[in-house]
Design a protein around this ligand. Structure first.
Ligand SMILES: *[C@@H]1O[C@H](CO)[C@@H](O)[C@H](O)[C@H]1NC(C)=O
Ligand SMILES: *[C@@H]1O[C@H](CO)[C@@H](O)[C@H](O)[C@H]1NC(C)=O
Ligand SMILES: *[C@@H]1O[C@H](CO)[C@@H](O)[C@H](O)[C@H]1NC(C)=O
Ligand SMILES: *[C@@H]1O[C@H](CO)[C@@H](O)[C@H](O)[C@H]1NC(C)=O
Ligand SMILES: *[C@@H]1O[C@H](CO)[C@@H](O)[C@H](O)[C@H]1NC(C)=O
Ligand SMILES: *[C@@H]1O[C@H](CO)[C@@H](O)[C@H](O)[C@H]1NC(C)=O
Ligand SMILES: CC(=O)N[C@H]1CO[C@H](CO)[C@@H](O)[C@@H]1O
Length: 639
């Protein structure tokens, strides 16, 4: 089957498959201290601006199609509608959300649909959506180069059922909030946003599920027993939605529920009292990087390293290469978001370097967003081994920090707790805790603006604990391996730069009951990035940058539980090439080609989408659910 994509396609056969990186978030973060340059940015090719301002031009994040069952959602509710015109410094916009009485929980799926349009040219902005202070979507807006731009993000939010349903205390109404700081003063674009929730009940994969050609064999070979598919993220940690979700977020929400982290010594904390009948815990962390760390993945290791990154010129107002101004954007190209309980390390992740729609070369990302830009990945830490420490009825301090960070990061987390309905008191203990520090080998060799920086490190972390509830005495062992390598090089007085990053992480979770293994979860993640830039004088104060960039997010998950096993694999890759003329940090002119290849495979089926954008125009947009095609594409990619 070969399908051509026009906006949104329904894939009845993929009913149960969800977006892992559903839409996109965008927006170059609002930088209050950087005045928006008055210079209009000519659009290279795309949309002729529409005088009627009707949404006519779709920006997209070509990932897995969201769950679109042949059956319609049981209920759909528009929960928030707002025009973000001049919202700098304003608190989040709030609306009451009432769980739909005509389709009460439980739901087989809940899908959040974020649809937005821009009335004109605008910068990209960071935004988030919270439900009762718990984050459910971190997103960036695109960087619309004309009026009429619209886009959609659809995300499986079933894991937030505890926040979406009627609360046990009987409160009918919940608070949904959204933050998007926009300024329509210099660029006049107003962002109009609608947020809806779609509730599904009943089996989502009835008779119409795909019978993939090649997959049958795979299933036999690996003795996998196919079961109902779900969003890959849910497979690993949220097979059943939690009973209670406690936000680890800013209780002073005037500037949003997220915490702003300015430096590595700053630990943001929330006190939490866990119910005495908690038997499982997962911490889900959302992060985004801004300001001096917008390009952390390409930051050199010393303050007066290369200054040719376009963004440095913006801040430092450099018109030529020979001034040896200090770059504020040093500190190396390594960041690690770390979660603690009472000061003790309980989990960490090296964040996937999301490239914002205004970053590197804005013409790369219009109309196709960079990986994760419209729906930032979140990071899950299984805290079940620590549950025993939380069962004393006392408040415990949950902390979030970003190692080696510079100003600023926006961080928040959700503590998902599963409660034993049959018991008032659960017991548990942490048994093993081996958490060596992630030691980094840092090397820098710079002479003026030429040289190189290297950072390398790896660590294996292990902890385990038991929790005894009416579900039995269950031991959970977590093994987390992180491997990181980054190389940054500059030649020709900083005019030629090369950035390479490799990030690999593997989480193994083993669940045992009476010394018998009853479950296993393995999540493998890889995030390679390469970026090569050649800069030259563009005339006057401008600089001309030619960039070639490749990046990818690869993730495989497998879950074995009782007699069932499931797996999923996502490979989301992009290759971009193009030029941009920057003047005082503003893209004056440019062009970009981006090829996106998104591959998904699980025990139920496959999906491949290829979008080829040339000079800002989509030249090819193909999707297929043929596993043979996906396998062939995989073979090509790996050769
Ligand atoms: C928001 O919803 C309203 C009412 O359904 C519709 O007219 C408008 O076009 C929607 N806007 C966007 C950006 O989807
Ligand atoms: C910004 O948007 C608001 C609300 O739509 C409007 O009243 C105001 O005139 C706009 N400002 C500019 C400079 O366009
Ligand atoms: C870190 O940031 C906090 C909050 O802005 C500030 O109070 C503190 O002085 C900073 N620490 C360092 C070492 O810069
Ligand atoms: C950058 O420097 C030039 C020349 O020194 C000056 O005219 C311009 O106003 C400066 N721009 C900013 C944004 O500081
Ligand atoms: C939870 O357990 C602790 C310690 O056993 C006890 O002090 C506390 O009262 C219990 N809390 C509730 C709500 O039962
Ligand atoms: C649960 O099992 C662990 C060993 O796996 C044991 O040390 C602990 O005492 C058991 N707890 C209970 C309440 O039986
Ligand atoms: C690795 C590194 O260079 N870390 C530095 C980051 O910046 C802070 C202060 O801004 C320094 O204290 C760290 O040593």
């Amino acid at each position: 089957m070969h399908l051509h994509h026009h906006h949104h396609l329904l894939f009845p056969s993929l009913l149960v498959v969800f977006l892992i990186l559903a839409g996109g978030n965008h927006a170059s973060p609002w930088e209050p201290e950087t005045p928006t340059a008055p210079v209009p940015e000519p659009s290279p090719a795309p949309p002729s601006s529409s005088p009627t301002q009707d949404p006519v031009y779709e920006y997209m994040d070509p990932t897995l199609p969201p769950l679109l069952p042949t059956q319609n959602p049981k209920c759909s509710v528009l929960v928030l509608r707002h025009d973000f015109a001049h919202t700098v410094g304003a608190p989040p916009v709030n609306a009451n959300y009432t769980p739909p009485p005509e389709c009460p929980a439980p739901w087989s799926r809940v899908v959040l649909e974020f649809s937005a349009s821009a009335s004109g040219r605008q910068k990209d902005r960071i935004a988030a959506v919270w439900l009762n202070g718990a984050e459910i979507l971190r997103t960036t807006t695109p960087r619309p180069m004309s009026a009429g731009v619209y886009w959609r993000v659809r995300k499986d939010v079933t894991r937030y059922t505890a926040l979406l349903r009627r609360s046990p205390e009987g409160h009918q109404s919940h608070l949904i909030s959204m933050m998007l700081e926009n300024s329509n003063e210099t660029l006049h674009g107003v962002y109009s946003v609608n947020i809806s929730l779609h509730f599904y009940r009943g089996a989502l994969c009835q008779s119409g599920c795909i019978t993939p050609n090649k997959l049958e064999e795979d299933i036999k070979e690996t003795k996998l027993e196919p079961v109902l598919s779900a969003h890959p993220a849910i497979k690993g940690f949220y097979r059943e939605p939690a009973d209670l979700i406690i936000p680890i977020s800013n209780s002073d929400s005037r500037r949003g529920f997220w915490f702003k982290v300015e430096n590595e010594t700053e630990v943001q904390t929330t006190m939490v009292v866990a119910p005495n009948n908690t038997y499982r815990a997962v911490l889900e962390v959302y992060v985004s990087h801004h300001g001096d760390d917008e390009y952390w993945y390409s930051n050199p290791l010393r303050a007066n390293g290369p200054t040719s990154w376009p963004q440095d010129r913006k801040k430092n107002n450099m018109s030529n290469n020979n001034n040896n101004l200090e770059s504020s954007k040093a500190n190396g190209s390594f960041r690690q978001v770390v979660a603690t309980i009472d000061g003790r390390y309980v989990g960490s992740a090296i964040p996937f370097p999301v490239i914002y729609p205004g970053s590197v070369n804005p013409f790369f990302w219009a109309p196709v967003a960079a990986i994760g830009a419209y729906d930032h990945p979140s990071y899950d830490f299984d805290l079940t081994p620590f549950v025993g420490l939380l069962l004393d009825g006392q408040p415990h301090e949950f902390g979030l920090t970003v190692r080696d960070c510079q100003s600023y990061w926006l961080v928040s987390a959700n503590l998902h707790l599963w409660l034993d309905a049959w018991s008032d008191v659960v017991e548990g203990a942490l048994v093993r805790y081996k958490v060596p520090p992630l030691r980094l080998n840092r090397q820098a060799d710079w002479k003026e603006q030429e040289g190189k920086s290297e950072i390398e490190g790896q660590v294996i972390i292990r902890f385990s604990g038991w929790v005894s509830s009416t579900k039995g005495n269950v031991s959970t062992s977590v093994r987390h391996k992180i491997k990181f390598k980054s190389h940054i090089e500059a030649e020709e007085k900083g005019d030629v730069t090369n950035v390479e990053m490799e990030l690999k992480a593997r989480t193994n979770i083993r669940i045992e009951k009476e010394d018998v293994v009853v479950g296993r979860v393995v999540v493998d993640t890889e995030a390679p990035l390469t970026m090569a830039t050649v800069s030259s004088n563009g005339g006057g104060d401008s600089r001309f940058h030619k960039t070639k960039l490749t990046h990818a997010l690869l993730e495989t998950r497998s879950v074995a539980e009782n007699k069932g096993a499931r797996f999923s694999a996502v490979a989301d890759r992009q290759e971009s090439e193009g030029s941009v003329l920057m003047e005082e940090g503003v893209a004056m002119w440019g062009s970009g080609d981006t090829k996106s290849i998104y591959k998904f495979r699980d025990d139920k089926g496959c999906y491949l989408r290829t979008v080829n954008m040339v000079g800002g125009k989509v030249k090819e947009d193909d999707a297929t659910v043929s596993c043979a095609t996906v396998a062939a594409a995989a073979a090509v990619a790996e050769s």
